[in-house]
Design a protein around this ligand. Sequence first.
Ligand SMILES: Nc1ncnc2c1ncn2[C@@H]1O[C@H](COP(=O)(O)OP(=O)(O)OP(=O)(O)O)[C@@H](O)[C@H]1O
Length: 237
Amino acid sequence: MADDLLAVSGLNTYYGGAHILSDVAFAIGGNEVVALLGRNGAGKSTTIKSVMGLVRPRSGSVVYQGEEIAGDEPYRVCRRGIGYVPEERRVFSELTVEENLEVGRRPPRADASEWTPERLYALFPNLAERRRHPAGRMSGGEQQMLTIARTLMGNPRLVLLDEPSEGIAPLIVEQMAMVIKELKREGLAVLISEQNLHFARIVSDRAVIIEKGAVRFTGTFADLDANPDIAQATLAL
Ligand SMILES: Nc1ncnc2c1ncn2[C@@H]1O[C@H](COP(=O)(O)OP(=O)(O)OP(=O)(O)O)[C@@H](O)[C@H]1O
C-alpha cells in the first residue's frame, strides 16, 4: 500500500547453500506495531537481519519510505531511521548506563520530538536508578531495556525488536509491553519478533506468522483466533 512505511516482498535469503527465507512478504504502516511470530528457527531473526542489511537477501525487495533499501549496508539502513535491537543484548558492560545511552545518540528527526536520557529515564525507571552503574552489573532484563533505550537515542522512525521478552522476568516483560505501547503513542512503527503469543497480542496491532522461512498467516489477532488451527500448527503453544 502507498502508506506503508516498510514493505517487504519476495524476500529470499540464504546462509551458504541453505535457503532460509522463501518469498517473505509483509508490510508495516507508519504507526503500526506488527508481531513477527514463529517457532525457534522459523526465520524471524533472519527476516529482521535481511531488512537491516546484516544479511544480504539473494532476491526480493525491501521498500522503506518509498525507497528500495534491500542490500544496503546496515549503517545506511540505520541512518534512514530504522533502529535495531538484536536478540543478544549487547550493552557496553564497562560503561555506565548513561554512557551507553550516549553511544546511541544520533540527530533528532524533524518530524518527532527528540529522545533524551531524561525522557528515557522516565520511560525506563530502572535505568534512571542505575544511571551511574556499569551496565554489565545489571540484570538481563535491565540490559535489554538499556539496549532498547540506546536504540531510541538514535531517534528511529521504525524499531526492529528481536525477541525482546525472551528469558526476561515477568515484571520486566510487563514494563516492556508498556514501553512498546508508549512507542506507538509517540507515533513510531515497531516490528517485534516473538515466540510469546500472549505478549505479542498485548502489544501488537497485527501478526505475521512465519514457518520454515515462509509467511503462513498475516492478519489481526481476531483473525488468528478465528482460525485456531493456524496458531496450533505454526507456533509453539
Ligand atoms: N549464521 C547462520 N548460518 C547458517 N544458518 C543459520 C544462521 N543463522 C540462522 N541459521 C538458520 O536459519 C534458520 C532460521 O534461523 P533464525 O535465527 O532466523 O530463526 P528465528 O525464527 O529467529 O529463531 P530463534 O528463535 O532461534 O532466533 C534456522 O534453521 C537457523 O538454524
